[in-house]
Design a protein around this ligand. Sequence first.
Ligand code: FEO
Length: 176
Amino acid sequence: MISKKIEAALNKQVESEAISSQIYLAMASWVETQGLTGTCQFLYKHSDEERLHMLKLIRFLNERGRHGIVPQVKQPFKTFESLSAVFRQILEHEIHVTQEINNIISLCLQEKDYTTHNFMQYYVAEQIEEERVAKSILDKLNLIGDDKGGLYLFDRDMQNFPLQDGNQAEQGTKAG
Ligand code: FEO
């Protein structure tokens, strides 16, 4: 069984992943209203992926003799300044989430909880990937600038942007 301290930290992360899922969902919905049908699909899929991150934590807590708590989540922003602003926010948000994951890793080492430490490696790898993806998309948008033709092609490419396989989250406690 994991300690109360680790349980609280993981439940805090459950909340963080739920917030992430809501943020991506709000972004997807706004982007869709702007006619960016490829980019909105990327964001909808990413929202689902964040939900799976949350689910994986809940399942782990329950399998380790504790209780994963479904949090109340406040409403995210409804509208955004621009597509670049959306991806700037995503990058900042993911950097923040990486810090949260690092804090849990530190706590695991402090508590000598090597099982949770091992489980959390999935999140460490996810964060590296998510920061890389957000940064590379933002770089592309910066290159495109105000070029409408460039934006059209960007949006078309985003429809098939490969995301990590979120199904890993359904494998319960296995570090993916
Ligand atoms: Fe679940 Fe975007 O980190």
